[in-house]
Write a protein that binds this ligand. Sequence first.
Ligand SMILES: [Zn+2]
Ligand SMILES: [Zn+2]
Length: 260
Amino acid sequence: MSSYMVVCFAVFGVSYVVNMTFITVFYHRGLTHSAVTLSPFIQKLVQYTGNWFTGLDPKGWSCMHRMHHLYSDTPADPHSPVQFGIFGVLFAQLKSYERTLFRLQRGDKRYCDVVADIPYGVHWLNRKKLWYLPYIIHGVIALLPGLIGGWWALGLCYWAGMMSHPIQGWMVNSLGHAIGYRNFKTNDQSRNNTFVAWTVMGEGFQNNHHQYPSSAKFSFRWFEFDPGYLICWILDRCGLIEIQRELLIPSETVKRPVVI
Ligand SMILES: [Zn+2]
Ligand SMILES: [Zn+2]
């Protein structure tokens, strides 16, 4: 493999890990479920820069995701394949996200109450209808290597790493509730999808996660691997977040045979 390809893969890897650290660790396990406690520095980082890094509003994302847990696979679920079909989820999650931001800004009690504990509002990028700015900035950064030296693949790898969240979201929200095995008899259609779990940093273990939403670790059986928890563990060691160890999937449950 040429050194250029190695650099391309490295850029994709680093940008993907940065992107996923924001979404699965900071937004999901931290802000939404308090499975990890964010240090004051990380809290500010998420509040002020999360939307710039990911293109996604932290409060809006958190609100939509909590609604997903509250109404999982019912007609009120923002993005259920049971309601919208596997491919319909791609569009449904976008429309639900837009609706969530709109309702939060309007002060709709049903939405605001769900995220009343998050002590800040919708990011100004969304309040000013400038949601596209982060996408433009990441797009310009992605184009620079090509314009400067013809390294178009390098820019593409950066873009794919930083901005693939619609695809990641679709894989988790759709396949994670339609295709895969179940460890627990939850009141929804959540599944553990190994391919999605390995590619989207553990998020594909939806069945495990719906059973234990407050556990920072989504993996449960010996062959399940949650890369997102590995990032949590490293950041915990660095003092940037704190894993709520008493909320981890109970060890006695891990020994129990599979339910389904
Ligand atoms: Zn789910
Ligand atoms: Zn969740």
